[in-house]
Design a protein around this ligand. Structure first.
Ligand code: DHE
Length: 545
């Protein structure tokens, strides 16, 4: 094994390189090793993201084994089945987990967690595959694909990313990824796709090859969510930062080959209290356009790290004291300020990437558990440039002024609240050429709401949103179908939405005309299973949202 971890671990044992639990390592539990294996797999895929592998809580509650035992199996089963109103999905009611799986999870939560193994640079080097070395790569684009209007689509449960041509809507390639693939970040040069999977595997795709292909991959830990290429002028394609949830650390890779260059632990002290946290996970990573730096947002400690990559082996890191539970976020329209949701604190932190400081913490007017994705940069008719986030915990859509120069009174304040579909929103989206704002609610317990999207007219925000039943429009009426992640095409005239269904049921991507909100195309190709995030290579690479 390359993990070098302790043999007591029961964490995600069905994945590669982890020691399998044995009866002696799980003394006191009422579970067989095979049950523990299945349960820890489900926990890692569905629960750890919010609750933490050590179950100390973040976006989701802390789940101490003693509390679970005190609640009793029936109550824990009830909570997993029906979810809650601050973002806990209704795993049973929405038919994602079966009754047996839910019972298994209830019993699993009564067994105390164990700390998973470490994963350092030597383990990474062992896992590194430079599939197509630079010498065998093209020096210019070798295909006639329209890369600017290509979409990379996450096919979550089949461990693939599909490349779909934005013009013909045809699948041009499918790329194998790690397990439960999460996010794709195209490079600024539009040559590369960086893909991160939940199991810590990062995959590099070269879009210049005759057919886009996987050219390198590496495992940087056991659990991960974020990857981001360097974007400062002169450093395009040079470096890639990959954040891990476990072990709590981030790794800097060579941007062309994925050779691991440095790994930096994020375990440490909580901003404010100064108390130690053993599971300080890396949430979003945003490349600065102002300096040769990555902004690495550490969830549990609330430290926002500005990591200078001019000397990757000996990096200078400025650690900004932000707020706990930093999660997702994006840049304002000038690309100078990063707005990051500190979701379990109901705050949004504004980092000035030019002056390297926390410019503001927005609290008043933020709803319960903000969840922007990268957020949406609108031009508010009254308040000027503004950034928008929806929420997991309520139907609030908060609009925050982002223009300290021309609209100083509104800067970093909630200037308006809208009412969205309901709680359970994940992503808010717009495009500089559009006057529409699209906000989803896939985590809402009602299948009708989770299957719809709200569209606001930015020029008439006093009017209620138009609600489009996107899953129904695609002819998909299952309770398990969720409509998630609106993404614009290059021109800003089309919006793509995923109808994300169970792997054994029909999913689709629905393409709507932005202006008329009418369906243009339904991509229901057999290969499109469990689509979630869709990343237009131009818009995502240049941070246009
Ligand atoms: Fe995500 C972004 C973490 C569940 C789809 N997700 C992010 C980011 C983080 C994160 C830290 C920001 C990355 C960045 O910008 O660098 N996501 C987590 C979780 O911890 C969580 C809550 C639970 C889990 O177990 O993983 C979680 N995420 C989900 C989903 O269930 C989604 C809908 C589908 C899936 O893949 O499982 C999902 N997350 C996405 C997408 C983005 C994302 C599509 C990127 C949005 C964008 O527009 O850039």
């Amino acid at each position: 094994s390359s993990s070098g971890g302790p043999a007591t671990d029961v964490y995600r044992p069905s994945l590669d390189s982890l020691p399998r639990p044995t009866a002696s390592t799980i003394t006191g539990s009422q579970m067989r090793p095979s049950e523990l294996g299945a349960a820890s797999q489900i926990f890692y895929e569905r629960c750890a993201g919010c609750h933490g592998v050590l179950r100390q809580g973040a976006t989701g509650r802390a789940l101490p084994a003693e509390t679970m035992s005190a609640l009793g199996e029936d109550e824990v089963v009830r909570r997993i089945t029906h979810g809650g109103d601050t973002g806990m999905p209704s795993w049973g009611a929405s038919e994602i987990l079966s009754q047996n799986e839910i019972k298994l999870m209830a019993r699993y939560l009564m067994v105390p967690p164990s700390s998973p193994p470490e994963f350092g640079l030597s383990s990474m080097r062992e896992s590194w595959r430079n599939v197509v070395p630079m010498a065998n790569r093209p020096i210019k684009k070798m295909n006639d694909l329209d890369l600017d209007n290509m979409f990379a689509v996450v096919l979550r449960d089949i461990d693939q990313v599909a490349l779909i041509d934005g013009n013909s809507k045809k699948v041009v390639a499918t790329i194998p990824t790690g397990h439960a693939v999460h996010v794709v970040r195209p490079s600024l040069s539009r040559r590369y796709l960086h893909i991160i999977s939940r199991d810590g595997k990062a995959s590099l795709v070269d879009l210049w090859s005759q057919a886009p292909q996987l050219v390198a991959e590496i495992k940087i830990g056991y659990e991960a969510r974020a990857v981001e290429p360097s974007k400062f002028k002169g450093y395009e394609d040079r470096y890639v930062a990959v954040g891990a949830y476990w072990p709590p650390q981030f790794t800097i890779l060579d941007g062309n080959t994925y050779e691991p260059l440095n790994v930096i632990s994020t375990r440490g002290m909580i901003a404010g209290s100064g108390d130690y946290h053993p599971e300080a996970r890396v949430a979003s990573i945003i490349a600065s356009y102002e300096r040769p730096e990555f902004l690495v947002n550490v969830k549990e400690t609330g430290q926002a790290l500005l990591v200078d990559y001019t000397d990757v082996v000996n990096p200078t890191i400025k650690s900004l004291k932000a707020e706990r539970f930093l999660h997702d976020g994006g840049l304002d329209s000038t690309r100078r300020y990063a707005l990051i949701a500190a979701n379990a604190e109901d705050k949004v932190v504004v980092v000035d990437t030019k002056e390297r400081r926390v410019a503001a913490v927005v609290e008043k007017g933020i709803g319960i558990r903000p969840h922007p994705g990268r957020g949406a940069n609108i031009n508010h008719p009254q308040f000027g440039p503004a950034w928008v986030t929806g929420h997991l915990g309520d139907s609030t859509i908060a609009i925050i002024g982002t223009d300290p120069d021309k609209h100083p009174k509104n800067a970093w304040k909630v200037v308006q609240n809208l009412k969205g579909l309901g709680n359970g929103s994940l992503f808010s989206t717009t495009h500089p050429k559009s006057h529409h704002l699209w906000v989803d609610a896939p985590m809402n317990p009602s299948p009708n709401i989770a299957g719809s999207v709200a569209v606001f007219d930015v020029n008439h925000l006093d009017k209620p949103a138009k609600i489009l039943p996107v899953a129904n429009l695609a002819g998909i009426n299952d309770n398990s179908a969720k409509v998630v992640h609106a993404a614009y095409d290059r021109s800003g005239q089309e919006v793509w939405l995923s109808v994300w269904n169970r792997v054994d049921r029909q999913s689709a991507i629905v393409v709507l005309d932005d202006e008329t909100m009418k369906v243009k195309t339904i991509i229901a190709d057999d290969r499109i299973k469990t689509p979630t995030g869709k990343f237009n290579i131009f818009n995502t690479g240049q941070d246009i949202y």
